[in-house]
Design a protein around this ligand. Structure first.
Ligand code: AP5
Ligand code: MG
Length: 194
């Protein structure tokens, strides 16, 4: 299995690049944001609880997303590998992921971390908010709150994988195709080394 984490702040391009990467490398895309939005659309109790936090820009509780990832891993045992997008987002989630993968005799091969300035993130998300219907995109203060949550709770996740020498920083500004090429180069190198 080849498992990768696509890491970066809100609006850094994780979803955009994930679509292209899963098509090229045939990985199973696991986005906790997408899984939560599908719970919201189905109006499940979990979705209703998550929505009130997501609308404010706060993270949902660790046990909720860890549970979702755990069952997604179990139902996709035949996958060639997983692309994690928007997960793990706290140190607790990172430790849980490492354990879940170890139980399946696999691990994270690499974390690719997209770097984008805060000014560019806010610009991208406000623009998407004009059309996306995502209630966490159309308000400047909610976007700032998402970035604050990221800086406070999510950046330690990169430190965790840096200690394991698994992190590669990628410039997340430029054209979608340029960034995709940079990601592919690093994945190809890492796959060759495995
Ligand atoms: P989630 O859905 O994960 O959202 P996010 O991390 O805030 O990031 P986005 O999906 O908004 O951005 P992205 O990096 O995917 O960028 P995208 O490609 O879309 O999480 C939402 C919420 O769910 C969280 O706030 C939290 O409440 C909850 N949640 C989710 N996971 C959780 C977890 N593990 N633990 C706890 N809570 C969790 O691009 C953004 C925009 O920019 C698009 O319009 C795109 O077209 C554009 N764009 C992309 N690339 C470029 C480029 N190169 N140049 C110009 N524009 C570009
Ligand atoms: Mg996304």
């Amino acid at each position: 299995m080849f498992n990768l984490i696509l890491f970066g702040p809100p609006g850094s391009g994780k979803g955009t690049q994930s679509e292209k990467l899963i098509a090229k490398y045939h990985l199973k895309h696991l986005s906790t944001g997408d899984l939560l939005r599908s719970e919201i659309n189905s109006k499940t109790p979990l979705g209703l609880e998550a929505k009130s936090l997501m609308d404010k820009g706060y993270l949902v509780p660790d046990e909720v997303v860890i549970g979702m990832i755990s069952s997604a891993l179990d139902t996709n045992l035949q996958a060639k590998g997983f692309l994690f997008d928007g997960f793990p987002r706290t140190s607790t989630q990172a430790e849980a992921l490492d354990k879940l993968l170890a139980l399946k005799k696999t691990s994270i091969a690499v974390m690719l971390a997209l770097e984008v300035s805060e000014e560019e993130l806010v610009k991208r998300l406000l623009k998407r908010g004009e059309t996306s219907g995502r209630s966490d995109d159309n308000n400047d203060s909610v976007i700032r709150e998402r970035i604050t949550e990221y800086n406070k709770k999510t950046t330690p996740v990169a430190d965790h994988y840096k200690e394991l020498e698994k992190v590669i920083m990628i410039n997340g500004e430029g054209s979608v195709d340029e960034i995709f090429s940079a990601l592919c180069m690093e994945i190809d190198n890492r796959m060759k080394a495995d």
